[in-house]
Design a protein. Structure first.
Length: 135
């Protein structure tokens, strides 16, 4: 697919800020908002999801910052986010979620929330670009 999203980025004084993960897994929203659990969390059958997005910035803008690659796991859940700048005005984001059947014990919930909050931080990060190479 090729999609053009005019106005998608936040623009200020010659800089662009683009959400790095435009198709988030939102696991924190699904499983991490509560402060405690009364029951264990049962994770179903194996599945894997991969989302790869190539960002092409408008003419005259150059990538100045991309988030750091992240590879985190807990129990049967693994999240990998890879960010690469392919040229001065483009970058690629690859997000991969791997899930295998497991039981996350309610006693581990604080650690689960910490893991999920790390994924939310990555999913909330930005690609930064500047006009004319930041000069």
């Amino acid at each position: 697919y090729s999609i053009s999203l005019p106005g998608f980025a936040q623009k200020t004084d010659g800089e662009l800020f683009v959400p790095a993960v435009i198709v988030p897994y939102s696991l924190y929203d699904s499983f991490g908002r509560s402060v405690s659990r009364e029951n264990d969390l049962y994770v179903g059958d194996y599945r894997e999801s991969v989302t790869k997005v190539l960002f092409r910035l408008p003419e005259g803008f150059e990538v100045k910052h991309i988030p750091e690659n992240t590879d985190i796991s807990f129990g049967g859940i693994r999240l990998r986010y890879a960010f690469s700048s392919d040229s001065k005005n483009s970058c690629t984001v690859t997000a991969r979620l791997s899930v295998r059947r497991c039981v996350l014990k309610k006693e581990e919930y604080a650690a689960i929330r910490k893991f999920l909050s790390r994924s939310a931080l990555v999913e909330g990060s930005y690609i930064c670009a500047s006009a004319g190479g930041g000069k």
